[in-house]
Design a protein. Sequence first.
Length: 136
Amino acid sequence: MNDVSTPVSVTASLIVHVVGRCVAHAWIIVTAVIILCVALAHYVTTHFAMNTDTYALLSPKLPWRVRQAAFDAAFPQDNADIVVVVDGQTPELSEAAAAGLATSLSAQPKLLTRYSDRTVDHSGHTIACCSPRPRR
């Protein structure tokens, strides 16, 4: 017979020692793990929050967010608005048509709460935005 012993690494003997202690004191380990889980669950419920607002996730300084804010300011998104695009052969004609529309609509204050027109680009389009009065 060969009496040559194989060397045992320090890491392996340390693992064997820790496992042996855990097995010997199993109820203490189980109790400690349960207490630790309860403490961590309490910490998670009181310190972690989730925000599902996608607008809050992205910086408002991003170029497309700045353009979106300018668009939203120019065209408010309350669902009661009526948007009219006045198209003319020239910007002057479309502005004159929008002015005529404004005159006609402002003569009926029982129907509209506000009227505004904005020239959007130089292509001859004028955007008119109206807010009708709610029905009673």
